[in-house]
Design a protein around this ligand. Structure first.
Ligand code: SF4
Length: 429
């Protein structure tokens, strides 16, 4: 075996100071404790080690995929409600937003999920250096995801290739996409995501040239690309744009995390160390640009996007990867963590009824008074008796806003009304 070559006179270098590429600020997520079992602290080599059982991992993952198929983040629901209250929103924007709020209330009943495409199960873990498990964490986390899909009314979306052209549904939504990183100290942190096919299909990588790196050219480039996203992934979107990246795959991974607002606590300025940062000014600029496109929440209007994240990454001097992606109206992700105190999951909104308008007159339809202090089943019963411009059924197949929107589209076609020019894409999934 060849021994490594020794440099006769090594050039002195300064001590290495490591800068994380993604220096996130403090975690301000509201968590709920879901278990204390399966977690203990033991001394190993004089250090406190967090020992996590396989069952704690499995149970956390099952709870996560159950929750994200039925509950949304309060921030997302507030954004839907803000559309109803915005005088600049079009009737079409309001129609879609109201449908999504109704849909969120049906899903929160815990029987029907928020979308018929219940997504690919994606799990990201960050395991601290003083966390011990039995081994195969990926299997335990995947098993939890599988159990959620098997035990609840969640569609199985994964198809296994038997040969190049022959495929078979795996009948349990497996495999999950599970990635575990070594990061931190005495906690095990997670992000769980259920990514629908239509939404995933709107992820794009462009290998641009560094010549695009001026403000005018960049904005023109992005305007053209954002417009091609179309409406097949059920807007309003949480749009993520990443400019740069040490590799194409890091660029796209950052797009996915940014669309889930996982990188919101990044610094807002770059540094000579090459860390990632959020460009808040550009986020506002792109948001305004999306509002001016006229696409709106499917049929014309202001709300193509709820919000925009723009992340700038370091890059090879000869490359400029630019990534684009969305989180769709099934905005399904949740954070989790395991510490010495127990197993925690991000608190999602269990009472989306509070975001519904008290009087459904935003669309100029029939006025219906809804008492939000009554039980969820009574609210749903009231809603089902008073459809507005569309029929809302609580039995049979699941309703998503896109289905209602397509009904509206059919109505327009039947009346011979012209459709917006951008409406070219067939439904996503
Ligand atoms: S793109 Fe539309 S159909 Fe697909 S998961 Fe999202 S909301 Fe559901």
């Amino acid at each position: 075996m060849n021994a490594p070559t020794a440099f006769p006179d090594p050039k002195p270098v300064p001590p290495y100071k490591h800068t994380p590429l993604f220096p996130l600020g403090p975690d301000t997520t509201p968590y709920k404790k879901i278990a204390t079992e399966g977690v203990r602290v033991e001394k190993v080599l004089g250090k406190d080690m967090l020992v996590v059982s396989r069952e704690a991992l499995r149970a956390l993952s099952e709870a996560a995929f159950g929750d994200i198929n039925h509950y949304l983040r309060p921030g997302h629901l507030k954004q839907l409600r803000a559309i109803l209250d915005d005088k600049e929103a079009s009737d079409n924007d309001k129609f879609v937003a109201l449908d999504f709020l109704k849909n969120a209330n049906i899903a929160a009943g815990g029987v029907l999920p928020m979308c018929q495409d219940t997504g690919t199960a994606i799990i990201m873990g960050k395991k601290g250096s003083r966390v011990l498990t039995d081994g195969d964490d990926e299997a335990a986390l995947s098993e939890g995801a599988r159990d959620a899909y098997l035990r609840r009314n969640l569609r199985y979306s994964q198809v296994a290739p038997l040969s190049m052209y022959e495929e078979k549904n795996t009948a349990n939504n497996m495999p999950a996409q599970c990635e575990i990183y070594a990061e931190g100290d005495d906690a095990y942190k997670f992000m769980f995501m259920a990514k629908g096919g239509g939404s995933a299909n709107k992820s794009f990588l462009f290998q641009a040239t560094p010549s695009v790196l001026t403000k005018d050219r960049m904005l023109a480039f992005l305007k053209e690309k954002v417009l091609t996203l179309g409406t097949a992934a059920c807007p309003p979107y949480h749009l993520a744009i990443v400019i740069g990246g040490t590799s194409a795959e890091l660029c796209m991974k950052t797009v996915k995390l940014a669309s889930a607002r996982y990188l919101d606590a990044l610094p807002t300025h770059g540094s000579a160390d090459g860390n990632a940062f959020r460009d808040l000014e550009m986020e506002q600029e792109i948001l305004k640009m999306t509002q001016s496109l006229g696409v709106g929440a499917q049929f014309g209007g202001k709300y193509f996007c709820h919000d925009v994240r723009v992340i700038r990454l370091p890059r090879h001097g000869a490359s400029l990867p630019i990534g684009l992606g969305v989180s769709c109206s099934a905005d399904r992700q949740v954070l989790g963590k395991i510490t010495k105190d127990g197993v925690y999951l991000e608190e999602l909104e269990h009472n989306p009824a509070q975001y519904l308008p008290a009087v459904e007159q935003a669309l100029g339809g029939e006025v219906v008074k809804i008492d939000l202090n009554q039980p969820m089943k009574d609210i749903l019963a009231t809603l089902s008796k008073h459809p507005i411009k569309t029929r809302l059924s609580l039995t049979g197949t699941m309703i998503v806003a896109r289905d209602s929107a397509h009904a509206k589209l059919r109505e327009r076609l039947e009346k011979g009304e012209p459709l917006p020019g951008y409406f070219k894409n067939p439904p996503g999934d």
